[in-house]
Write a protein that binds this ligand. Structure first.
Ligand code: FES
Length: 109
């Protein structure tokens, strides 16, 4: 199901927005490369990714620097994941389809 979460102008201005849909906390991100919507919990210790650093299509958790692909939700550094002793089953976060229609942003769950 598709949910309207904001307008594109507000998102462009803020760049990052935390939205809650059906009890899921989702991070909506605007970059020059595109829009992304991902689960707002680091797979390491659950920290919100809203304070993370965005580098192209990757977000880096501020707590211990785990880099996560905004496109796939996968941890992109095996070395860092191994260093943090992150279980292989927890090296991915949920991503959600996001589209803009007539200036409004929609996320599909
Ligand atoms: S809580 Fe995100 S890397 Fe540790």
């Amino acid at each position: 199901m598709e949910y309207c979460v904001t307008d594109i102008h507000t998102l462009k201005e803020k760049r990052l927005m935390q939205v809650e849909i059906m009890y899921r906390v989702i991070l909506l991100i605007y970059t020059d490369d595109g829009l992304y919507a991902v689960q707002d919990n680091c797979p390491h210790l659950g920290t919100s990714l809203s304070t993370g650093k965005i580098e192209n299509d990757t977000i880096r958790c501020k707590d211990h620097g785990l880099p996560i692909s905004l496109k796939t939700g996968e941890v992109v550094s095996v070395r860092q994941a191994d260093f943090l002793r992150l279980d292989k089953a927890h090296r991915k976060i949920q991503t959600y389809p996001v589209v803009v229609k007539e200036d409004y942003v929609y996320i599909t769950l």
